[in-house]
Design a protein around this ligand. Structure first.
Ligand SMILES: Nc1ncnc2c1ncn2[C@@H]1O[C@H](COP(=O)(O)OP(=O)(O)OP(=O)(O)O)[C@@H](O)[C@H]1O
Length: 705
């Protein structure tokens, strides 16, 4: 038996349904399938075919004579006034009866006594023909029993049938002609091949499709390589992050970190954070981490550029061809961006970020670099980006017009269930996206997901994608020591971390190169000079040390009688002797290796009245037996005549602090750099014409201050 209630002609979805209904009406009877069709208005719904195949028609009160005519071929039903009163017509007027239908909505009271009652009321008809109640025997109304708690007769009948059914094990439910609705929360099945040695490529389960036209509910596999760039739209709280989590978890289970690298950009509510520990995940970044974000975008651009070049050299057009031709498999790179539209149009970084994303969207797929992003508004994603995204997924959208923009006229009705959405598979198809892990509530799901991440992390022993190199927020000497490789040769002096690569910056002693360290302020000098002198001194023997401390920067540091130490006071008293010894040393050298540390170079030059040539010779002394290290303030060397030029010429590694406006070591500083302000722990390194920035460990800064 098929029942269709509330069928109206303006329901577009029922155009297809109408064809089916007509089919049931036409051939159903011969197969034992019967149809009861209920509608308010027969016009446009009950077509000729249904009409011709429906033997019985029942018309209750109809809105108009035309409607009544349509069904009964008489206007009678339009004149009915009582609820429940109707006409039954069977065949061509074989039966045509007025009837009062039974009503099952009354309370079911098995104890009630039904008495036949005759209407004994008497009416008087007045002179204008109106009825006036003259006598009513029921005027004295007896208080009846309260029946509000009783079930209706219909409910009682249904309950009774249900209990009969339940009580008889031999009774079976008939097959339903349609499948039940999709479940509201479905945990993801394990991806095929995960741990089983089966290669399912980049296809992983992402959701359960509901396809009523085929009476099917089946798994939807998201194939990263086939789906290409993907966008997930959904208003806040409808499960965007959950889709990304399921996708990343399943891809990480299916593919090794050698096959798939993942970069996470979390512009949303930390939805991607639990995925950070996956061995496939290179790194995660949030918009607050400006420097890291720049670096990650840089890495993504660089990957594109390198791959394009590699493919060009190999003469191939895509990743698969490259692997086959060169026998070298490059990993697929997946960039996942959650909450893209949280980056507002007035954010100064938006253009830069969009440029990289556009580059990935345009050039990435061919070289195996993909972007999957989520946004709560369709309008939040530029048209130029949208047109390069091949797979579009929609969850519930507050603005239904946006759904139409993506899914077109064939879009399905929206459901407010989290994780319920639609995706184009030839036509928009309903889908319930899987949850990333099992759990009764979001807390349990998160815990289960974290446990899986930890398990995958522990299980992987091979190589992992490189993290985004970052210098720690606070670089203490202890943390810095952790970065210095144990096998670092003794003659390489580590002094900080390169800000761009986070690699240890070293200076080679006794390699013929002089080192100059210039502080922007007294505070920076107090912080850095002893650290540098200590680092250099630790690589040489005490007997090789000659320290001329014109600024008393190293007081108390070099107390050994083996090293030669000249402090500020000694310099004042025995200036001539020091000058003589220094010049002699410049001219003739010393019997053994010497490491000369000079603090306050410009003051020394002034006090000893050294000539520019003598300074130049002193700075150029370095060889495998002599090491020169000079310390001073940026402002002081700036004002000493000709000193900056000598330093630039003879000091191979110049390290200086402060902003670029105050220094004279580098000319033609780019505007961007000139605007930037640098912390006290940053030194700019100028070596062989190359400018880099080094973060120096904060050596007991608090004590210095
Ligand atoms: N596929 C799903 N099945 C069942 N419930 C889900 C599903 N996806 C999400 N939910 C529920 O919806 C909640 C919100 O999900 P989620 O954080 O992923 O939404 P969102 O769209 O990313 O939100 P926002 O934009 O605020 O970050 C989850 O805590 C979970 O309870």
């Amino acid at each position: 038996m098929q029942g269709c209630d509330g069928v109206t002609c303006c329901d577009p979805e029922l155009l297809i349904c109408g064809v089916v209904v007509a089919g049931v009406a036409r051939i159903g009877r011969s197969l034992g399938v019967h149809l009861i069709l209920a509608t308010q208005k027969p016009a446009g719904v009950v077509n000729d075919q249904i009409e011709a195949n429906s033997t019985s028609k029942i018309a209750l009160k109809m809105a108009s004579e035309q409607d009544s005519n349509e069904l009964l071929k008489t206007a009678d039903a339009a004149h009915i006034t009582n609820p429940g009163r109707g006409y039954l017509k069977v065949g061509q007027n074989e039966v045509y009866e007025l009837f009062q239908s039974g009503y099952a909505g009354l309370p079911y009271d098995p104890d009630a006594v039904v008495t036949e009652r005759v209407d004994e009321r008497i009416y008087k008809i007045n002179e204008v023909g109106q009825y006036e109640l003259f006598y009513d025997p029921d005027e004295e109304v007896e208080q009846g029993k309260d029946t509000s708690d009783l079930p209706t007769q219909l409910e009682a009948v249904i309950d009774s049938i249900a209990s009969l059914f339940d009580g008889d094990a031999g009774l079976m439910l008939p097959d339903k002609p349609w499948l039940p609705g999709l479940a509201e929360a479905i945990p993801s099945p394990e991806p095929r091949g995960a741990g089983a040695g089966v290669d399912a490529g980049y296809a992983v389960p992402l959701g359960m499709l509901d396809i009523p036209s085929r009476q099917a509910q089946e798994n939807y596999d998201f194939d990263l390589v086939k789906a290409g760039h993907t966008v997930v739209f959904g208003s806040p709280g409808y499960g965007k992050s959950a889709i990304l989590q399921t996708m990343v978890m399943n891809l990480s289970k299916a593919r090794t970190p050698e096959q798939l690298h993942i970069y996470l950009l979390d512009f949303g509510n930390n939805g991607l954070l639990p995925l950070k520990g996956l061995p496939n995940v290179a790194d995660i970044v949030t918009p607050e981490e400006g420097e890291k974000l720049d670096k990650m975008l840089g890495v993504i651009s660089e990957t594109l550029a390198v791959r394009k070049q590699l493919f060009k050299e190999a003469g191939v057009a895509n990743l698969e061809q490259y692997g086959m031709k060169t026998k070298q498999a490059l990993p697929v790179v997946l960039n996942v961006l959650d909450g893209y539209d949280n980056l507002t149009p007035n954010d100064p970084r938006k253009d830069g970020i969009d440029n990289v994303l556009l580059q990935v969207l345009r050039e990435g797929a061919a070289v195996g670099v993909y972007l999957v992003l989520s946004s709560s508004r369709v309008g939040g994603v530029r048209m130029s980006m949208l047109s390069n995204i091949s797979t579009k997924i929609c969850l519930f959208l507050n603005d239904e017009g946006e759904l139409g923009q993506i899914m077109g006229r064939e879009r399905l009705e929206q459901s407010g269930t989290p994780g319920r959405g639609q995706i184009q598979i030839d036509v928009p198809t309903a889908i319930q996206f899987y949850l990333p892990a099992h759990g009764e509530n979001s807390g349990e799901i998160l815990a289960a997901m974290e446990a899986q991440v930890a398990e995958l992390d522990d299980a992987w022993v091979g190589e992992r994608p490189a993290r985004i190199p970052m210098v720690p927020q606070e670089l203490t000497t202890e943390i810095f020591a952790g970065f210095v490789p144990a096998a670092l040769p003794r003659e390489l002096v580590p002094y900080g971390l390169d800000r761009a690569s986070a690699e240890v910056a070293v200076f080679p002693v006794f390699s013929g190169r002089a080192l100059g360290v210039f502080a922007e302020s007294g505070k920076q000098a107090r912080l850095l000079f002893p650290f540098f002198a200590g680092q250099v001194a630790s690589t040489v023997d005490e007997s090789e040390l000659v320290v001329i401390d014109a600024h008393d920067a190293f007081v108390g540091m070099f107390t050994s009688s083996d090293s030669l130490f000249v402090g500020k006071a000694a310099l004042k008293e025995q200036g001539d002797a020091v000058k003589e010894a220094l010049l002699r040393f410049v001219e003739h050298g010393a019997p053994g290796r010497r490491c000369l540390l000079i603090s306050g170079l410009s003051d020394l030059i002034e006090r000893l009245t050294l000539l520019p040539d003598q300074v130049a010779e002193l700075l150029a002394l370095g060889n495998d037996r002599v090491q020169v290290v000079v310390f001073d303030h940026v402002a002081k060397v700036n004002s000493a005549y000709g000193l900056v030029a000598s330093l630039r010429e003879y000091v191979d590694t110049v390290l200086f602090g402060g902003d670029f406006g105050t220094q004279r070591f580098v000319e033609n500083v780019p505007f961007e750099l000139r605007k930037e302000s640098f912390g006290r722990d940053v030194l700019h390194s100028l070596r062989d014409g190359e400018l880099t920035h080094v973060v120096v460990p904060s050596v007991g800064e608090r004590e210095v201050e």
